[in-house]
Design a protein around this ligand. Sequence first.
Ligand code: ADP
Ligand code: MG
Length: 679
Amino acid sequence: MVNKEITELPGIGEKRAELFKKRGIRTLSDLLYFFPRSHEDRTAFREIADCKEGEDVCIKAIAVSSVKVYRVRRNMTVSTMPVCDSSGSLHIVWYNNRFVKDAYHADEEYIFFGRVTRDKYGKRQMVNPIVERSGNERFTGKIVPLYHLTGNLTQKIVQSAMENALRAAGRLDEYIPDDIRAGYKLAEINFAMKNIHFPDDFNSYSIARRRFVFEELMILQLALLEKKTDNTAAEGIVFEDTLCVNEFISSLPFPLTGAQRRTLEEITADLTSGGIMNRLVQGDVGSGKTAVAAAAIYAAVKNGHQAAMMAPTEILARQHKETLDELFAGSGINVVLLTGGMKAAERRRALDYIALGSADVIIGTHAVIQEDVEYYDLALAVADEQHRFGVGQRAALAAKGHNPHMLIMSATPIPRTLALILYGDLDISVIDELPPGRKAVKTYAVGENMRKRVCAFIEKNVSAGSQAYVVCPLVEETETSDLKDAQGLAERLQEMFPQYRVGLVHGKMRPKLKDAVMTSFVAGDIQILVSTTVIEVGVNVPNANLMIIENAERFGLSQLHQLRGRVGRGQEQAFCILIAHGNNEITRQRMRTMCTSNDGFYISEQDLKLRGPGDFFGTRQHGLPEMRIANLFEDTDILKQAQEAAKKIISEDASLAGEKYARLKARVEKLLPEDVVMN
Ligand code: ADP
Ligand code: MG
C-alpha cells in the first residue's frame, strides 16, 4: 500500500503532486517519511472570558452574525465576524480573504484556533484563525504537525494529505527486527508513525521521534558499512625505507610543528604496517597539511612507487605542483600535472609518462581519476580538501592502483564523534596546532552603513603594498536579491580605485581565464581580487592581508573560516571584514562567533548548532543524504546506539541477504544508490 502514488489520495491532483515532488515525495511512503519540523499545541480549549491576550487557544463559539467585509484601502479588505460562547464574545478578523464571506454562517458553531489580541479600541479579537466546523474537527483540539513548505503548499494541504495517507497506508510493516527493537527499546512502527505526525501527547511524540532518529541513523550507518570496499583484510604495500621521511623533514625550510610530526608518525606507521592506510587528516586552514602530504609522497617515491594527489580546482592543483617542485628540488623527483584544461598532445604525453612510470608524482583535478589514466605503480593517493569530493570520487581514485594507501586531507573540522561516524573506517589524525608566529586574523563584522570606512581601509592597506580579496556570494545580479554581484562590484571598485588593478574570478569563467587572473594576483599585478567562493580552497598568496566578505550572513561559518584562512599567510597582521545584512539574532550570534574565535573546530561546532545538521551535513558537502529527523549534534547518544546496532547487524549478515533484514535492506539501498561507493 505504501508504494501507491500520492495522487491516489483525496485532494491531491497532478498540480499538487508536482509540488510534493519538489520535496522528493511521490509515494505514500515518501509522504509518511516527510516528518514535521515542529508541532503546534491546539489542545487548550478556553472559555472566551478566560482568554488572555497573546495566548494561542482554541475556542468553541457560535457566529453571532455573518461575515462583514470592509474595504479599508485599495488593496486591503478586512472581514469580521462576531462570535460568542456562554462566557463572552470576541471578533474574528481576516485580512484580504475573499473566501471567508461565503464559508462561515450566522448561528453555526465553529472551533477557532488562533492568538487572542486586542484591536485599536482595546476589544479582543482573533486574527486569521484556523477554523473548523464544530463536530468536524480535524486539526483543532489536538497537537498538530507543521511541515517545511515549498511553493504553494500550505500547512493545511500537507496536514490533510498526511492524515489521509496514514489512513490509506493501513498497517505498516516493521523494518526493524524484533530483537533490535527490544534491545534498544524502540517504538513499533505504527505507533511511531502516527505519533510522529499526530501525537496524542508530547511524550508519545518523543518516543516516536527516538525510534525514527534511531532508524535513520542505523540505516545511514548500514549503508556506509555495506558500501565500503572492505580492504582491511587485503595486504598493503609496505614502505621499507622510512629514513627518507626524516631526510625530507630536514630538507624543509622550517621545523615541523608537534602536531605535524605526530600526524606524520601516524602515517608512517600505516605505511609500514602491512595494512592499507585509510587516513583522514583534519587540520585547520594554514596548519600545514601540504608539508605532511609531501612527506608521505616523498616516501612513496623513494620506495620506488608513484603517488597521486587530487585537488578540487585547477588553480589549486597548479599551486600544489609548484609547492612540491620546490620541496622536492634536487631530489630528482618528477612531478607531473594532469588537468582537464590541458591540450590534447600535452595530455597524451603526460599520460604516457604516467603509464611508463617516468612520472613519479601526478597532481591534478578530477582528471587524475579519469578512465584513460593508467598508472605504472600507484602506491599512495592523496585527496586534498576532501569536502569538495563526492565519496564516489575518492573510491575511484583508490581503484586506480592495487590497494593504494589513501590519505585524505580536510580543512573542514567536524566534531570528532561525528567524524568517526561519517568516515566509518577511516583513521583520523588531527593537526591541532598552527606553525609558530602566525598572527590570528583580526575579524570585524560591520553593517552596510560602514561601507565608506571599509573602502578607506582597503585604500590604506593596498597603498601600503598589501593585496585584498573581496568575496561575494553570487555571480550575476538577480532581481530578487540584494546580493552584491561580483561583476558589478568589481566594476565599482575599479572606478573607485583607478590607481590599482581590480581583478575578477568566478565559477562561471572559463578555466584558462580564471587561471590567468589568479596568476596575476599571485604575482601581485592585481591588487584587489573580487571573487565568488572559488578562492575558498587552498590558494596561497602571502602578500594578501585583507579579506572583505560581502553578504557574510549568507555563508556558513565553516565556509567563512575557510575564506578567512586565505589571508594571514605572511608576516603582516591580517584583517577580515564581514559585511553582514539584516539584524536578526542568529546572524549577530554567528558574526560574533567569527569575530571572537579563530578555532576551526569550535566554529564548526557553533555552525552546526546555529544552522542545524541539515545544511552542515548536506549532500553537497559529504555526498551523504540529508538527515530527515536526526540532529547529529544533539542526538549523539542515539547515534552511538544506532552505530552499535548497525555493526551488530553487519557482523551477523554482512550483505543483509537474509529474510530477517529484507525490509531493512530495501531501505538501505534506497538511501544510498548503487553508484555511491564509500572508501
Ligand atoms: P593548509 O593546512 O591550509 O593546507 P598549507 O599546507 O598550505 O596549509 O600551509 C600554510 C603555510 O604554512 C605554507 O606557506 C607552508 O609553507 C607553511 N608551513 C607549513 N608548516 C609549517 C611549519 N611547521 N612552520 C612554518 N611554516 C609552515
Ligand atoms: Mg591546503
